[in-house]
Design a protein around this ligand. Structure first.
Ligand code: GLU
Length: 254
């Protein structure tokens, strides 16, 4: 099975904003296990901006929002990919960094190049680690967030599944902190979740549950099953593959 896995900033960063290398290493262990089980994996990883922000704590003066994003992502992406390379090397898994912009998904020559780059990596057993090129993509060139990017990548690579890892188990019938709320485990095609989605979004990344739900609905409509799950739960990826019924998550059926 070919699976696109998206890891959100909140999974990869600690409370103090620093990179959670323990979590990262545990997720790499799981991805390596899935690969040994015969699955092909494409990783879409956020965390660059959050990681850069924590690296550059010494900057005291104010930066405008574009400067911040460009500077933090440039510094953070380098650190992030360096960590991934190190962790995957332990398993002998070669990885390749793919930094992209929205233009590469429009109907142009750029799209063909993007498609070709994904194809050649997968054919040669290289694990693609994709992120938005936040350093150069500004305003209209930007993806809504990496949830949108992961849906586009899943479609482009003809993945059979998309797993979106966040810091919450999935979509609830109300506020997740309310004991009355229940986790929605299955979403059938055509089901509208509007009434359940909470506006509140987590701190480190750009996305939120609304965006995840939209991306999941559109991606499932394209024939790819989508799972939203909690990347902070131990062994979540392996559990999702081996024991889905007993693993908290929201699955969008296609
Ligand atoms: N591309 C951003 C980063 O790596 C994350 C965007 C998002 O939060 O979805 O920091």
């Amino acid at each position: 099975m070919r699976i696109t896995i998206k890891i959100g900033s909140n999974v990869l960063t600690r409370q103090d904003g620093s990179l959670d290398v323990t979590r990262m290493s545990a997720l790499v262990d799981q991805i390596a296990a899935l690969r040994s089980g015969g699955h092909e994996i494409i990783l879409v990883s956020s965390g660059a901006v959050a990681c850069g922000r924590s690296e550059l704590r010494h900057i005291q003066h104010d930066l405008d929002s574009v400067d911040q994003r460009q500077l933090f992502s440039a510094v953070g992406q380098a650190k992030l990919i360096n960590r991934y390379v190190g962790f995957f090397r332990e398993y002998g898994i070669p990885v390749g960094q793919v930094l992209t912009t929205k233009e590469n998904f429009s109907d142009t020559e750029h799209r063909k190049n993007q498609e070709n780059c994904m194809r050649v990596m997968l054919e040669n057993n290289v694990l693609p680690i994709v992120n938005e090129n936040d350093t150069v993509s500004v305003t209209e060139l930007m993806f809504t967030d990496n949830d949108e990017l992961s849906g586009l990548i899943a479609k482009m690579t003809h993945s059979q599944a998309l797993i979106i890892l966040s810091n919450i188990d999935g979509i609830y019938t109300g506020n997740p902190e309310d004991p009355e709320s229940r986790l929605i485990s299955i979403v059938k095609p055509g089901k509208n979740l509007e009434e359940y989605i909470q506006e509140k979004k987590s701190s480190a990344g750009r996305g939120g549950m609304q965006s995840k739900s939209n991306v999941a609905t559109q991606t499932a409509a394209a024939g790819i099953s989508v799972i939203i799950a909690n990347g902070n739960r131990d062994n979540i990826l392996v559990r999702l593959m081996n024991d889905r019924d007993n693993t908290p998550c929201t699955e969008f059926l296609c």
